[in-house]
Design a protein around this ligand. Structure first.
Ligand code: PLP
Length: 429
């Protein structure tokens, strides 16, 4: 951490905001109004803020629906029949994917199941799934029920890997060693690309390579990585991935999900699937004939015609990402998150006897995104309640972790400064 580049003065925060090339994007978002004090919104990792333009994108589709009724599928300004294709083009570059490898559809947990139907194919002694311990509950339930679906033994076939005794983070060497140890019993590695609880970013490239070296398939849940960290799915050779778009991607509560299937699988018609008509050969989709013929792209995993309103909301956000530029976001993200870390260290130095903040997220910016998970010592939930009264929207996890995610698109340096001041006030209360 480059402590010397930061300062605890308000004037420093203000100056950083003035020099921030992304500062104007703050105005493209609508901030919650429910707090008594002006809001400090740090939960873009749970639900991103509403882009100001979202309403316009949605209204456009409501108007098309009004004007065209069912004919909108072919005659709307962006025909609904193929609307999702333009979103693949806008989303794919954010994931290092080819357009044909990405489709925006369904919800995240639905997509995880659909992808596992195809890519978890236990056979002979190769039956095991490796995942991170304490994965997000929905992922745990998906993995658990997939194993049971194949009539296999949870105890034996779902292998979880945990941090070492007394540590909070997984060590990459331990993940790679476990993959090697499981060897030809390993069917699938399926884990979060960025852990939702600790904020740890995994080396997806190395994990993919290690998984492939023992003959396993490798997939990632990118819920906390999407729109937050750079991923290069095609080049890394990841077999499949899925993400939700309502966290860092600001695409409406419960909004559409994205999925990725590496091009090497596109022509494989023998994969098991739970299919629907929107994954069927486009030329023949409306012939309504029997016999599923998968499109030779990620679209083969689409079941249904698209939820256009949801896609419109996602498009509003994707357009902002392209205007802002992902490299600019990454640069600000690291500096802003580092500033938050610096302010927390300063508070700990001042008030450590009463209350201290232990950041369990990796210190190296290459191993994290925008989120810091802060283990609070000394004070607990009452501290969190006090900062909430002061306008902070953050996330509390029992027993004593606060997750804070300064989102580079709309959070300012002054937000982080005010957050630190709220903590100080709460400590002194
Ligand atoms: C947010 C999140 C989910 C949520 O799943 P939905 O199907 O969108 O409700 C699942 N997994 C992870 C890792 C998440 O972070």
């Amino acid at each position: 951490m480059e402590n010397n580049v930061y300062s605890t003065d308000l004037s420093y925060a203000k100056q950083q905001d003035e020099n921030d090339p992304l500062a104007s994007f703050r105005n493209e978002f609508l901030f919650p109004t429910f707090t008594k004090e002006p809001v400090m919104y740090f939960t873009g990792n749970s639900l991103g803020l509403q882009p100001r333009a979202c309403r316009e994108y949605i209204n456009r589709e409501l108007d098309e629906w009004h004007k065209w009724g069912v004919e909108g599928h072919f005659h709307a300004s962006k025909p609904w029949f193929s609307y999702h294709e333009s979103l693949s083009e806008k989303a794919a570059p954010l994931f290092g994917a080819k357009n044909s490898e990405v489709v925006i559809t369904h919800s995240l947990t639905t997509n995880i199941h659909l992808l596992m139907v195809s890519f978890y194919q236990p056979q002979g002694k190769r039956t095991k799934i490796l995942c991170e311990g304490k994965a997000f509950p929905s992922d745990q339930y998906a993995l658990e029920t997939q194993v049971k679906f194949h009539g296999l033994d949870l105890e034996k076939d779902l292998v979880e890997i945990f941090p070492r005794e007394g540590e909070h983070l997984l060590r990459h060497e331990d993940i790679l060693a476990k993959i090697e140890e499981l060897g030809d019993e390993l069917a699938l590695v399926m884990m979060g690309g960025l852990n939702y609880y600790t904020g740890q970013l995994f080396d997806m490239e190395a994990i993919t390579k290690a998984g492939h070296a023992v003959g396993a398939i490798v997939g990632f849940d990118l819920a906390h990585a999407a729109g937050n960290v750079k991923v290069d799915l095609n080049a890394w050779g990841v077999d499949f991935a899925a993400w939700c778009t309502y966290k860092y991607m600001n695409s409406s509560p419960g909004g559409v999900s994205g999925l990725f299937v590496h091009e090497r699988h596109h022509k494989n018609k023998d994969l098991h699937r739970f299919a629907g008509w929107w994954g069927h050969n486009k030329e023949r989709r409306f012939l309504m004939e029997p016999g599923f013929d998968p499109v030779e792209s990620a679209e083969a995993w689409m079941l249904s015609n698209s939820p256009i309103i949801g896609l419109a909301a996602h498009e509003a956000s994707l357009d902002i990402f392209h205007k802002a530029g992902f490299d600019n976001m990454v640069k600000k993200r690291d500096h802003l998150t580092g500033y938050l870390e610096f302010m927390l260290a300063d508070l700990t130095a001042k008030y450590g006897d009463k209350c201290s903040f232990e950041v369990i997220t990796p210190k190296d910016p290459k191993e994290r995104g925008a989120q810091l998970s802060i283990l609070v010592h000394g004070l607990g939930k009452e501290l969190f309640n006090r900062i909430s009264d002061l306008g902070v929207v953050a996330d509390w996890r029992e027993p004593n972790v606060i997750r804070v995610a300064p989102a580079p698109l709309y959070n300012s340096y002054e937000d982080v400064y005010r957050f630190a001041m709220a903590l100080e006030k709460a400590i002194l209360a």
